[in-house]
Write a protein that binds this ligand. Structure first.
Ligand code: GLU
Length: 277
């Protein structure tokens, strides 16, 4: 009897220690996104280096279409923009950040696909992009993916454009970095012949380069941008889908696009229809 009791106490102590360790580990939280929203704050994953979409400005503020979408959705969940903590979410880390509870949701040029849906859920799509190519302005030999044989092409680890090149254009010398800004440095330095990712991301880099880089060819994939969130949180996904629909319906989607990506002359397409799978 005495042994049983002390055993029980011991197990209880271990369980408590474990719970405390898990909560303190890696900044992750066991709380659901909607519970965090009820407390008036959210942590949202975005890109920090994609002008027009998700950008951390020199003064520490954030701008871009994804940032506007993130804020609109937060507003519908009852959270003010100043109570959002933005967390950098590089392409290859997005599923892990969501699975570990380090972000409540991610708005970061994040294509919906089946492999990712094994690990996370998606609301949306809220935008449809397509893979394209960025080269130096004086390059005339690369005009589409069929010109990439033997060329050094940079993309980002864990991104769908990198996977597409690996699978469907195996004669390309694919090089991968953690972020697109590292690819751009290499393109500028002449270490790469092209950078590949979605057209809308490359358009932002071309605009920023003021004539050094250009986007070539037609988009050659379909990238449905979703808002990534915890797998199985249907209540959150429904609410985020409602928010995306409202953002499109009340004109905020177009306004956000025109004031971000649109500033460099990129025309807003017709918005997509949210897919309630
Ligand atoms: N949309 C693609 C993806 O989700 C490319 C852009 C990115 O790496 O964020 O992988």
């Amino acid at each position: 009897m005495r042994i049983n009791r002390s055993l029980r106490l011991g197990i209880g102590a271990i369980a408590l220690t474990l719970a405390a360790t898990t909560a303190a580990c890696g900044g992750g939280s066991d709380k659901s996104a909607l519970d965090n929203a009820k407390d008036g704050k959210l942590t949202v994953g975005i890109k920090f280096d994609q002008p027009g979409l998700g950008l951390r400005n020199k003064d520490g503020s954030y701008s871009g279409f994804d940032v506007e979408v993130a804020k609109y959705v937060a507003g519908k969940l009852g959270v003010k923009p100043e109570n959002i903590t933005f967390k950098e979410s590089p392409s290859g880390q997005r599923e892990t950040l969501i699975e570990n509870g380090q972000v409540d949701y991610i708005v970061a040029t994040y294509s919906i696909n089946d492999a990712r849906k094994q690990k996370v859920d998606f609301a949306g799509p809220y935008y449809v992009a397509g893979q394209s190519l960025l080269v130096k302005a004086d390059n005339s030999s690369i005009n589409g993916p069929d010109d990439l044989k033997g060329k050094k092409v940079c993309s980002v680890k864990g991104s769908t454009p990198a996977q597409n090149i690996e699978k469907n254009y195996p004669a390309t010398q694919l090089q991968t970095n953690d972020t697109y800004s590292l690819c751009l440095e290499g393109l500028q330095a002449g270490s790469y012949d092209a950078v590949t990712t979605d057209d809308i991301i490359l358009a932002g880099y071309a605009a920023q380069s003021a004539g050094t880089f250009k986007v070539v060819g037609k988009p050659f994939t379909t990238e449905n941008y979703g808002i990534g969130l915890k797998k199985g949180d249907k209540e959150l996904r429904d609410k985020v889908n409602d928010a995306i629909e409202a953002m499109i319906a009340d004109g905020s989607w177009k306004k956000a696009f025109d004031s971000t990506v649109g500033v460099s002359g990129y025309q807003a397409p017709t918005p997509p229809t949210v897919n309630r799978y």
